[in-house]
Design a protein around this ligand. Structure first.
Ligand code: ATP
Ligand code: MG
Length: 280
């Protein structure tokens, strides 16, 4: 059986005066129900990888397969419906939301995509509640929400399409610090509930440590280390991974990942999210 997502020897390049090789021959797999984190410094190629996975960037070479089939370009006319089961959440919710369209109508677009694949739908109100927002606000426009609420709406819209693969590129970086862990935990929980897989890109290793089953560390276009998250954090092999970890402030000065913040979880976390976070 083929993996949910299988990337093999992927190369992504940008043409210009000199060609930039942003992704230099990487391999990754994601299985259903699995969260894989991709971490690394700015410019190492994380977003280029994410865009290649959803079909926004054409690989210079190598393959990106979703359930054993090459992912077709995103803008392709007659792109088969089944690929709407791949959904992306961006760092800036404004790039996923239409400012001139009511929130319920935008979530309804996701529901319609799911219906076309024969996936059962819910209502926009139910999706808003699933991401912790008040269903009574469904008829408002994006600008009537805070940045954190807008990102929750973008997540609701993506989830309403009933994805089985979610590609999230720094989905919590633009949120205020107080809601980052809650939104990341929510994404993991909703992913688990749906049996979906997720590629979660973040530079916040303390969040990655809590929500990712496996972690891949990227450095200058290559994956330098990957494996079970707890193994990587407990015993990093590559010097670059060690450097990344040592950049995280920690009271004992060992440069190790801080423990999961279960004890001080925000009040808005539901019991199921706390439970999920306790398990990892
Ligand atoms: N559209 C583009 N045209 C030319 N070069 C690009 C383009 N997009 C990215 N690059 C270059 O490719 C390399 C990888 O960029 P990418 O955005 O994938 O990195 P990243 O890991 O997502 O960084 P960040 O953490 O800052 O988001 C960088 O050198 C970047 O300057
Ligand atoms: Mg990026």
């Amino acid at each position: 059986m083929s993996a949910l997502l299988s990337i093999d020897d992927l190369v992504v390049e940008y043409a210009g005066r000199t060609t930039v090789r942003a992704v230099d021959g990487i391999g990754l797999t994601i299985e259903p129900g699995e969260v894989l984190a991709l971490v690394g410094e700015s410019g190492c190629g994380k977003s280029s990888t994410a865009r290649a996975v959803v079909g926004m960037e054409k690989p210079a070479s190598g393959t990106v397969d979703y359930r054993g089939e090459t992912v077709p370009p995103l803008g392709l006319r007659r792109r088969p419906q089944r690929f709407t089961a791949i959904q992306m959440v961006f760092q800036d919710p404004n790039s996923s939301l239409n400012p001139r369209k009511r929130v319920d109508a935008q979530i309804a677009d996701g529901i319609a995509a799911a219906r076309l694949r024969g996936a059962a739908g819910s209502t926009p109100q139910e999706w808003l509640e699933a991401v912790g927002l008040d269903a009574a606000m469904a008829s408002r426009f994006p600008h009537q929400f805070s940045g954190g609420q807008r990102q929750r709406i973008a997540i609701a819209r993506a989830l309403a399409a009933r994805p089985d693969l979610i590609v999230a590129d720094e989905p919590i970086s633009a949120l205020d610090a107080s809601s980052q862990a809650a939104v990341a935990g929510l994404m993991r929980q909703l992913c688990l509930d749906a049996g979906a897989g997720m590629l979660f890109i973040s530079h916040d290793l303390s969040v990655v440590r809590v929500i990712a089953d496996r972690t891949a560390v990227m450095y200058r276009g290559r994956i330098v280390e990957s494996g079970r998250s707890e193994t990587i954090w407990a015993d990093p092999v590559h010097p670059y991974t060690r450097a990344l970890l040592s950049a995280i402030p920690h009271p004992d000065g060992l440069g190790r990942m801080p423990a999961a913040p279960a004890a001080e979880a925000p009040a808005e976390w539901s019991a199921s999210i706390r439970e999920a976070l306790d398990r990892v």
